[in-house]
Design a protein around this ligand. Structure first.
Ligand code: AMP
Ligand code: FES
Ligand code: ZN
Ligand code: ZN
Length: 299
């Protein structure tokens, strides 16, 4: 196996690009994929302040590293979700990365700052934990970005994540979700812009990137995600990809480029008001985050 660029010994092959790379050219390839994604979707403008949501996992730490390489002004945000040892350990990886590079990491702890943990929220709502978790994460990413003057929030969602979500949305024809599934969502009153610069990199590539750069990350997945539907969709897509490399990327990028505009009319346009409790934009009187908090408190 030889590097596509320099013909030296390759350390990784990327079958969907029909290419193999040595260490340095693989890192350059990943950087170029992210640069192109940011530029194609106008994710970050010149001089803008970026907030990267870091979970301590491979994707978000690779993203933080890549954005620094691309010379963006980028700080981190870690949320302590209170998921036992998993949260303690993931926080240590995020902090250690920031410390070793002298980067700024904001931290919010759900239990200390808001009086609940994800397992408690899941018990109170009697729903799968990922619902309360996703809701809390989205709310806090937005809130921290708005309060601290960031122009855009970026997350480490990769090609595998986004293709699995797309498959789930297509299987159930969730047209409203399809209308909103895009690598970048523009800012609206009270919400920052949101972007996913890793949609051109697969999970295996962000893991290889971290190993080759020497980034330590938490390898375990969230213990509460077990049995989550998306894990099944990922397995199906991996099998399709094995049979025909490039399927996942064609599925996701074909949707973004050619199909997603056709769902635009399905996006509901709720008129927004301010949450009477926390001030966040919401379609009701009290936002979903504050309602979740009071439900857990009432337990
Ligand atoms: P997940 O929903 O766990 O697949 O994570 C998707 C993305 O959300 C990650 O790549 C991070 O950017 C962000 N994220 C997940 N968990 C956290 C966390 N505890 N704190 C900050 N950001 C997170
Ligand atoms: Fe949210 Fe596991 S990371 S439920
Ligand atoms: Zn090379
Ligand atoms: Zn609220």
């Amino acid at each position: 196996m030889k590097c596509r660029v320099c013909r030296g010994p390759a350390v990784i092959d990327v079958r969907r690009h029909n290419a193999a790379f040595c260490r340095d050219h693989f890192l350059a390839h990943c950087t170029e994929q992210v640069r192109r994604t940011i530029s194609e979707h106008k994710m970050i403008g010149p001089g803008e302040r970026v907030l990267v949501a870091v979970s301590g996992g491979k994707d978000s730490l690779a993203l933080w590293d890549l954005l620094q390489r691309l010379e963006y002004d980028v700080d981190g945000l870690y949320l302590g979700l209170g998921i036992g040892d998993y949260s303690d350990e993931s926080g240590r990886y995020a902090r250690e990365f920031a410390r070793s590079r002298n980067l700024k990491l904001h931290e919010i702890d759900l239990a200390a700052d808001f009086g609940y943990t994800i397992p408690e929220a899941a018990a109170a709502t009697r729903r799968p934990p990922c619902g309360a978790c996703g809701l809390s994460k989205r709310h806090l990413f937005d809130q921290v970005a708005m309060e601290r003057g960031y122009d855009v929030v970026v997350t480490g969602h990769n090609l595998d994540d986004e293709a699995a979500v797309l498959l789930g949305n297509v299987l159930r024809w969730e047209t409203e979700y399809l209308a909103r599934q895009h690598p970048v969502l523009p800012a609206r009153s009270g919400f920052p812009r949101k972007a996913k610069p890793l949609v051109r990199l697969a999970e295996r590539e962000t893991a290889a990137y971290c190993v080759l750069v020497g980034i330590d990350y938490i390898v375990e997945e969230c213990p509460m995600a077990e049995g989550n539907r998306h894990l099944g969709y990922k397995a199906v897509l991996n099998e399709l990809e094995r049979q025909s490399p490039g399927t996942k990327a064609a599925f996701l990028h074909g949707f973004v480029d050619r199909a997603s505009p056709r769902f635009a009319s399905a996006a509901s346009e709720h008129s927004l008001q301010t949450c009477a409790s926390c001030g966040a934009p919401t379609s009701g009187e009290i936002c979903a985050f504050c309602r979740l908090q009071s439900r857990v408190r009432a337990q």
